[in-house]
Design a protein around this ligand. Sequence first.
Ligand SMILES: Nc1ncnc2c1ncn2[C@@H]1O[C@H](COP(=O)(O)OP(=O)(O)OP(=O)(O)O)[C@@H](O)[C@H]1O
Ligand SMILES: [Mg+2]
Length: 370
Amino acid sequence: MAKTHANPFKPTAGGEPPLLIGRSKVIRDFEKGLDNGVGAPGRIMLVTGARGTGKTVMLTVFGDKARERNWDVIEETASEGLCERLVDALHANRRTLDHVTVKPSLSFAGVGVSLGEAELSPKRMPETLRSAMAARLDRLDKKHAGLLITIDETQAAERQDMIAIATAIQHQIRERRNIAIVFAGLPQMVSDLFNDEVITFLRRAKTNVLSDIPLEEVQSAFSDTFSTSGVSITEEQLTDATAATHGYPYMIQLVGYHIWDAADMRDSDSVIDEDVKQGIHEARIDLDNAVCIPELHGLSRNDRAYLEAMSYSDGPSSTVEIAERMGKTANYAATYRKRLLDAFVIRETERGEVDFAVPFLREYLRRMHE
Ligand SMILES: Nc1ncnc2c1ncn2[C@@H]1O[C@H](COP(=O)(O)OP(=O)(O)OP(=O)(O)O)[C@@H](O)[C@H]1O
Ligand SMILES: [Mg+2]
């Protein structure tokens, strides 16, 4: 096959990858939710995973699946004003629809969506959001279509906004409306937001944790992608490239991209060992710049010292171990432990130890103090 001109790998944040590796089960769960009708478990879903595991990509795919079924899709990212934006988005379509389908003279009478301060006040938000959702669903019912709402970066959502959303959704579900909602975010969002008393309704949501992708799947996806783009690569080269990814989605795109690019630079349609070596090297540099360095940048010197002490372990470390390595008391170490947990840089393991929540950070720190 002739070599394509465009690099088939896409190492961009939220970018839809050419090959979505290892996520067929999650996608199937979501589609089943849509197809099995109101009340199906997949209709309220949480998608969690570390940075760069493909949460945003997943939401994009879900949006596509819903649109294929003629559903309307509202895609939002959690930050201040989330509910106001949702209310706007719920009404937006109504305005345009009215303009398109109704005579201009009538459309004004029919609009009535200019909301006063009162409707948007935090206290009234649950009610405002609820009626905006109901109005949109009424319109969609006539087309026998549903509504998908996706919320990205949910860990950054304000509690008040989550309460309003949970309340509004609960009402729609109870009234058997055709709606689905997916929340994506860092794993901490579950303990921070979803265990809240007021949001208990959302505890029933189906949770999907995006973990590392099995290496066999990575290898076969690499193999397919290279051959489809007309570039040959040996099994041994594929094995090395695959191992360098550790199954981490962002790294998969980076490694693939840079190896393909190295062969392309030589104007060649077959990968040589040097391309693999060079590609992996470039991928690590990009990963450091895109993930590790920004993550460490926002931290204090003591936070970083704590992480360095952690990096001597191959896996999770206990607070006691870390304090010993730092030459400090366990109390002192516990302060930084909490700060780093709050910053989502580390996570608590089941046994109460801590481990890195940011992939490749351990390796980066080790290289730094070599
Ligand atoms: N299943 C997958 N197979 C291959 N590549 C993937 C997959 N999922 C994501 N990627 C790639 O990984 C990178 C990161 O994806 P994405 O931005 O969706 O991650 P994220 O979890 O939203 O990260 P963040 O927490 O930083 O927002 C992108 O380059 C994307 O193309
Ligand atoms: Mg994202």
